[in-house]
Design a protein around this ligand. Structure first.
Ligand SMILES: Cc1cc2nc3c(=O)[nH]c(=O)nc-3n(C[C@H](O)[C@H](O)[C@H](O)COP(=O)(O)O)c2cc1C
Length: 484
């Protein structure tokens, strides 16, 4: 018979087992036996660690909201008059899809009851370090680590003194000492306590230790006639501070930059119902627009006829023909960066039929073709409104890099993204792309060949290169992923 070592299981499974076993007041091994038994009997509990505790529990049955939590916080409520505001804080955090597990100090229970806190958090409330029911598997360590962050509100003078000096003689201080998570304190106390030299020392020490403070605010105190600094921040302010720590703002390397992008094919009319087109889907240009927008740029996308949704936060100008595309591109200048990813038709029909052309015994109507304006060359050679960085795309079916290099020189652009559009590659209309980035700096041409990637990845990589070139800073590509 095989044996199972819980310690060696995946972290996510271990966390799930710990939470579920704690909730059901069983050891982890016991819980695994129960799960296996239930699976075999076909009556397993729903796979959520937050399923309702057994009947013996004093906590109210959790009322799940249905929203999937995005983060979790252990909230320690200290023994101050502002503890009542923590009830609102629980609600606010949950509104922001942050799961809250609460710990009440002994003093806190003089101000708010575990029952109220449990009812609002929809979770069991923890109060005792020496609670045999939660300590059989070191519950205080779970509360310290099975969360993304610890919030202390109100952070009393006493709690901060204990923290600054490394005490661990109750559940709250033991958690604060045992955690490796970020800690956010919302101090609340009388102004004289806040300004006391001992509190000043403790606050300074905690800040040196990397603890983050929100507030306290100034204003009237609970004590009649007293005012000054010491009021706990409002729940909404603490929630915002928690969110800033949990979800640091995404870097916006292209903030303040205007990026002009073209995408898709152009349709060149033969008559009112027929046109010359190509197989471009517009996916690559749209992905670049989304990535540039995620990087903070103001994005104008001039698109030929495509079957794609406009990317969020991008100004899209829909056009049909090459001449309309050029017109909209020119009207969208000035721009800091221009990326011409559209597959613009090289030719158009000069003798376009005003009415639908008819079949006749005289044979096919003679279609006279004339060259379309070259958008990339036109914009690259501008003297006044030329964007600082002009990037073209080269779709080639042979001699890819060599053709792309000569295109770079011929058109006068700065970079070319060369992609092989031979039918075998499936690039035209497909979701993946293999590209070579050809750059020119001080007369030197460099070729950077990228592996096969999705068009979204190519877009993110290209925008990262653009941002580096424009700002001089390297970027983590992850930061540029458009929000899903
Ligand atoms: C009515 C009342 C209100 C209190 N308010 C505060 C307060 O706002 N801030 C504070 O630091 N201490 C306050 N205290 C003192 C704390 O309750 C006391 O220092 C306690 O030991 C703190 O416990 P804790 O470490 O569990 O937070 C108050 C005490 C009383 C009796």
């Amino acid at each position: 018979m095989a044996s199972l070592t819980i310690r060696k299981l995946d972290e996510g499974i271990k966390t799930y087992l710990r939470l579920r076993s704690a909730k059901n007041r069983r050891s982890v091994e016991e819980e695994v036996r129960v799960i296996l038994g239930e699976l075999i009997e076909g009556r397993e509990e729903p796979l959520t660690p937050f399923s309702a505790p057994p009947a013996a529990s004093t906590a109210p049955t959790p009322q799940r909201t249905g929203a999937v939590p995005e983060a979790s916080v252990t909230l320690i409520i200290g023994g101050g008059i502002a503890a009542y505001k923590s009830l609102d804080l629980i609600r606010r955090l949950k509104e922001r899809r942050i799961e809250v597990r609460c710990v009440l100090t002994t003093a806190a229970q003089q101000f708010v009851t575990p029952l109220a806190v449990s009812a609002l958090s929809h979770e069991r409330v923890y109060t005792d370090l020496f609670d045999p029911q939660s300590e059989f598997d070191a519950g205080h360590i779970r509360l310290a680590r099975d969360c993304d962050m610890i919030v202390v509100a109100p952070a009393t003078a006493d709690l901060m003194a204990k923290m600054a000096n490394g005490h661990a003689d109750d559940l709250a201080s033991a958690i604060l000492l045992a955690t490796n998570r970020k800690i956010l304190l919302a101090p609340a106390m009388n102004p004289l306590m806040w300004n006391n030299a001992a509190t000043r020392r403790n606050v300074a020490q905690l800040q040196r230790d990397g603890v983050v403070l929100v507030g306290p605010n100034s204003g009237e105190m609970a004590e009649a006639g007293e005012a000054g600094t010491g009021r706990m921040s409002e729940a909404i302010e603490i929630t915002a501070a928690a969110e800033r720590l949990l979800r640091p703002p995404v870097p916006r390397p292209l903030a303040g930059k205007r990026v002009l992008i073209t995408a898709g094919p152009t349709h060149e009319p033969i008559d009112p119902v027929r046109y010359i087109a190509n197989r471009s889907s517009g996916k690559q240009g749209f992905a670049i627009a989304a990535a540039a927008q995620a990087a903070g740029a103001e994005v104008i996308l001039v698109s030929g006829p495509v079957d794609l949704n406009d990317p969020a936060g991008v100004t899209v100008k829909h056009v049909e023909s090459a001449r309309q595309m050029l017109e909209q591109v020119q009207a969208s200048l000035p721009a800091d960066i221009a990326i011409f990813a559209a597959a613009v038709a090289d030719w158009r029909v000069v003798n376009e039929g005003e009415q639908k052309l008819k079949k006749s015994s005289a044979g096919m109507p003679p279609l006279q073709l004339v060259e379309n304006p070259d958008i990339l060359a036109t914009i690259s050679k501008l003297t006044d409104k030329r964007p600082g960085l002009v990037i073209g795309f080269a779709a080639e079916t042979e001699h890819l890099v060599d053709n792309a290099k000569s295109k770079l020189v011929r058109k006068g652009c700065d970079w070319i993204v060369a992609n092989d559009v031979s039918p075998a590659t499936g690039v035209m209309g497909g979701d993946r792309n293999t590209v070579h980035l050809i750059t020119r700096k001080d007369g030197e041409i460099a070729v950077d060949s990228w592996p096969v990637m999705t068009k979204e990845q190519v877009a993110i990589e290209l925008v990262a290169h653009v941002a580096k070139s424009v700002t001089g800073k390297s970027l983590d590509d992850k930061a540029l992923e458009p929000a899903s």
